[in-house]
Design a protein around this ligand. Sequence first.
Ligand code: NOJ
Length: 581
Amino acid sequence: MTVTLGHRRDAAWWKSAVVYQIYPRSFADSNGDGFGDLGGISTRLDYLRMLGVNVIWLSPIYPSPQADNGYDISDYRDIDPRFGTLAEFDALLAKVHGLGMKLVMDLVVNHTSDEHPWFVESRSSRHNPKRDWYIWRDAVDGVEPNNWGSFFSGSAWEWDEATDQYYLHLFDRKQPDLNWRNPQVRKAVQDIMVWWLDRGVDGFRMDVINFISKVDGMPDAPAIDGQRFSVAFEGFVDGPHVHEYLAEMTREVFGGRDGDYITVGEMPGASPEQARLYTDPARGELDMVFQFEHVSVDHGPAGKFDYVGRDLVALKKSLHRWQAALAETGWNSLYWNNHDQPRVVSRFGDDDAKYWAASAKALATVLHGMRGTPFVYQGEELAMTNYPFRIPHDHKDIEAVNFYDTVVESGGDEAAALAGLAKMSRDNARTPMQWDDGPNAGFTSGNPWLSVNPNYTWLNAAAQIADTDSVFAHYQTLIRLRHDLPILIDGEFAPLMEGDPQIWAYTRNTSTAKLLVIANCGREARTVEVGREWIAADLLLGNLPDAPAAISPSALELAGWDARIYYATALDSSRRPSNLN
Ligand code: NOJ
């Protein structure tokens, strides 16, 4: 069946877009309470215009007890007073639109807050009409109905004394899962979406949206040695009805609506094959998925805090696999960072002084050269680094705090836990945005809710805007290329040297032009044979000062963390894009 959707007016607009993610509590504070807000965002929109992005995604700004920094929503139709008011939101939206950008909201509807009125009603009695809006089960043999673990440690079930049943929460106990089998729940979510679209927003990023359909019977997950609970991916990832629910949502919400919208599904654990189904335009589900395979390659057998280090071949193979899988049908999103991932320059790059900028630019180059829609997370365009966490108390994030407490309670290795947290904690991404070298990096005049990274004295936006060779300037160029060069959108992707543990290289090809994207992802210089077909190519972009403008005769001398994009075309030179270096 082919579904015709009103919102496909310009089916491809988001294919040449670049999305910027704002984590509002850490972006800019306008009232000195140490907490970022809408007023702060409003004062920084010119910065985003200068960077060149055209879509802004806001992490949740709705009223929330903030158990999981706003991913626990207690009212979907208002703004948390910490962030501002609905009137301020409307003004911000108008300003964003006035600057020619779009605004995407975070839609968190796998779960609500336990303080949302729906849940308050649901837990009030077994007979309440909203009881079935959440997932309630009796105890089995006096304990939890199955061994499902929460992403934030411990069981995924919480006992409710008053009504003698457990409720499911894949995340914190303050984030009960909605029961999507109930059509009233689905309708309520659709109504929320329509409410925001009527207000003028341009789409949604949908939080863990491939978790909404749980498998029948919710059987035990395979046990992990020595652990009572394990996260039951097979019990809820890409579950039995998820495609049906998403197609219904898109039909009900966007059908007949005229506008250039964007929908992005956050999908941990989704396979490329599933992603193709979610994003096949003919199926009318979502525009693109946010997948997690490439940011899991450094996780050890015991999970993300069991950090095993960078494996470049595995990283390349993963991203390349997704390029291939969505080549004909569907669409990728491309990202290194978001509010849940450590800083990429500290993770897959080299944040020592000598290679900090070059490695950040090289990683940006290889990502932005691929097929898909790039997402830039606040501060990534400055190559902000991980925070030098030392003591448990440094971490504020519920995932980190619960993990550490569990290790301590079970007599585990505390030093190893702290080392894993330092490398992988989500708070690495959540330290305040570094605007300038003034107090608190220009983020707030008050006391920031999370410490500012001490490197703000030299690593900040003001310094980089003034420097034409900065990481910021490199991102500006990559973003401009995405908007201007059709080959970046449509060109076929072909990997080169996939087994090489240091060189990342691939081509993009159309019938009239080709690109070579090549980066040395290590400190040692390398000479790479790229073939005579590239001799006449032009250097479109490089990240080091002395990159040769042409390849001669067929080999490239790449210094440590050297990254380049070469362009060759069958067209005459007057129609080539100008050299952007
Ligand atoms: C994914 C979000 O990105 C993360 O920050 C959050 O903790 C979980 N979903 C639960 O909403």
